[in-house]
Design a binder for this molecule. Sequence first.
Ligand SMILES: [Zn+2]
Ligand SMILES: [Zn+2]
Length: 184
Amino acid sequence: MNELYVQPVGIVGEQAIAWAEAVAGEWFPFPVRRLPPLEVPPGSYDPARRQHQSVAIMKALARDVPPGAARVLGLTEFDLSIPLLTFLFGQAQLDGPVALVSLCRLRQEFYRLPPDPGLLRERLAKEMLHELGHTFGLTHCPSAECAMSLSTHIEMVDTKRAAWCHACGSRLARRFAPLRGGQA
Ligand SMILES: [Zn+2]
Ligand SMILES: [Zn+2]
């Protein structure tokens, strides 16, 4: 009960999944488990935009949430979008069980720069804290350094720290307190 699951969506390398599991275990008070890769929902790929529709993947993740799961984090290499935005680094259900993070635009290669695994891991940690923070009721934070600040560009991801500010961290600690006791 109360596991935090990491679920690859499509093909995701072992290294990135292992990073996600390590970040989850470091920042969230739940046992971390891995789910088999999600079958990519047919029709989620938008050939005109060459992107996957985030909402379709979120729905598929939500359908498969294991009973008693604390949260499910989908991790994908797909470039994600929703109709109103050109892209998303990730998406989450506010106060719900499902979050999704895309590695696509966290990679230096996306910006035609040499790969930087250390930077990729750091960006992944920030986006995980952000999206999973939403699933515990956190909204966007006005502090540009807080992981809960809104990032619409990779420079904004790099500006923030892989940590919550004091206010967001305190809110989360209050949410985690009863969960640590093993209650839903
Ligand atoms: Zn957000
Ligand atoms: Zn904050």
